[in-house]
Design a protein around this ligand. Sequence first.
Ligand SMILES: [Zn+2]
Length: 304
Amino acid sequence: MSLNRGKFTLEKARAYLEHEPAMQVEALSDRLFTVTDGHCRSIFVSGLKSVVAFDTFGTPGRARAYRNAIETRLPGKPISAIIYSHDHLDHTGFAADLAPKAEIIADELCAKVVKARGAEGQTVPTRILRGQRNEITIDDISLVLLNPGPTHGSGNLAAYFEKERVLFSSDTILGNAKYGFMPDYHFRNFVPTMRSFLELDWDIFIPGRFGLTNRDGFIRGCDFIEATMTECQRAFANFVPIWLYEPMKGFVGGALSERFGDLEGFDGHIGQMAIRIVHHYLMGGWGLEDTPSGGVLLADEIKV
Ligand SMILES: [Zn+2]
């Protein structure tokens, strides 16, 4: 098939890859917009002549729907740049279908993983950012892009909008308990790195999926993950069979239900969260990136 396929090999995956969902766009200021397909969420920024889009929505169909949503809201302004929040295909997989001529900006580690992965339709970044803070200007759009440490995926870039008092950080903290499946979260560093964003002055937090939250919701999200990590360690001390779903759900969910049971999705997701996080302690983490210096991953192997 001619459709970009990411890592799919099955012809029947075409139905998933081609689907174009309805997109909802919400203006946060005269230049900043947030957009969702009902599951993933991202942002785009309007400039004088063009648009900077964050992420791609992860299939060719969703990338086209994203492009159409931007064109409808900001007619006549092409997408001049796409910023990858991290390497995962469900967020940055199909830039070739969103805006094939756009500049692609990414953190160095994200760029290395994307290059090494070679997924069909995931465009290799053309501008590489290094370090914890980058201030760049595209068109007349000034952006502050932050990577204070390993959180989720490879080379996670957050965007801080001081004027709007908004922080965007994809696939990190949610205002609910609907993650569950948490591969490639770097738990050693995750909560301390996310809490470091509280040093900045913002009121609205935009996660990479579902709804927006505020500062209190963000703090509670950090507390929730931290508490789950604590209970997963207690599971060892109580000789819970940590490789089994039901016992882990019962132990961790039971311990946290009073404090966090009101979070949307708690009952359905706490078991999976516990299974994932308990293996952080069993195995030690997500390879090299779960160390304080995740950048050593691929340091001398891939040049970007
Ligand atoms: Zn991700």
